[in-house]
Design a protein around this ligand. Sequence first.
Ligand code: MN
Length: 479
Amino acid sequence: MNKLSIKELLQVVGEYNPDELAKVQKAYDYADNLHDGQFRQSGEPYISHPLNVAYILAEMHADGDTLCAALLHDTLEDTDITKEDISYLFGKNVANLVDGVTKISKLNFSSKKDQILANTRKIITGITEDVRIIMIKLADRLHNMRTLQFKTPFKQQENALETMEIYVPLAYYIGAYRIKSELEDLSLQYLKADTYHRLEEKKQKLEATNEPYLKEMLAKIQTMLNERNIPNEIKIRTKNIYGIYKRLCAGHKLSDIHDLFSLKIMVDEIEKCYLTLYLIHSKYHPINDKFKDYISNPKTNMYQSLHTTVFGPNDRLIQTQIRTFEMDRIASFGLATYWDIMEGNAREIMQQDLKDKYQFFKSLVEINAVFGDNQDFVNQVKNELFSDKIYVYTSKGDIVELPKGATPIDFAYKIHTDIGNTMVGAIVNEEYAPIDYKLKNKDRVRIITDDLSFGPRKEWLDKVVTTRARKKIREFERR
Ligand code: MN
């Protein structure tokens, strides 16, 4: 990558937020001065790192406070200044953000492992205070992963593993797919170098052979849309290497991956997404069971799009993803898109949205409240939130996200404490199911309640996997 300068950062910021330029320049000068004489392992002056982190965030149209915090993010840890100094010079918000991304000092811990756990907890729970802390951490990690070649092999493995275990799930939860897929590919490159390079080569070959067909189809769809005066943009997208790797691990053959190649079709309005779908289906035969409507049923991280896989030119399977321009921004950057959609109080809106719409958030707050010990906290987050999930429907068709192994009892408590406490049975897909039935993807779940029930029984504790259900059952017992 070319060396980045403050000029380029200011240019990007100036395009969407010219009012904050002076503040960003001030933060840069201040950090540059503090890091003077420090170097990265690459040999570059240290300031190149915070500068790159700020640049990644500027590409997502981050607000001025976030950019200043990104530029200052390593000053508390690596130089002599304090949070109060930053607060005095740049305001309380910037100081809180910098403090949020700063590692907890080594001095308080008896072992390195304890310190790592405490820091992991601090990163994960940062999201409950201010989601921008996570965004800065993700950008920080992304730049560190991009420059990981300068570290020792041991550090490379350690960072790649931590990225997969902690940062990739966080990026997924806030819907920041662009960062997520780059982090995945960078990690795989270090964790399984041979596999990565083999797949990269195969992918390039396939891209070359498929390109003419994709281009042909792109042009035809574009013509159809233009004839109907539908404003549009169409891009060719290939699955990331980690995504391909995961499919192969699950036993699929490379030729069977139906979304290896996609056409990403962006139009201006929701109605036109469905019209576009109709136009595509009338020209190319769809595979019926590969159709997904994530517009009417958004993913739990707010991703929206229509997916349909069709028989394209030369009998090749090609997936199309149809969405509005705004949905596409959300698909790339997730929650961070609010920086762009709403100016001013974007932070408050993001934090409120996180509470109201993102299902993982409540679970995270609950796990944080229940588990005092850092090791227990990290284990529980990994098991309950960062591992495989299932998605089931309520009787009204709402989608509920649960960890794998969850039962109707977990489901009932996730919906409402009273439903859990008065539960007497469950109906799954129109049939009675035992209350410890292990729920599966797409199950339709209805809980039978009775106000005269005796309430949850102690044995239920062995039949649940979520922190919330366990906590509520214990609370009922104590009454
Ligand atoms: Mn850093």
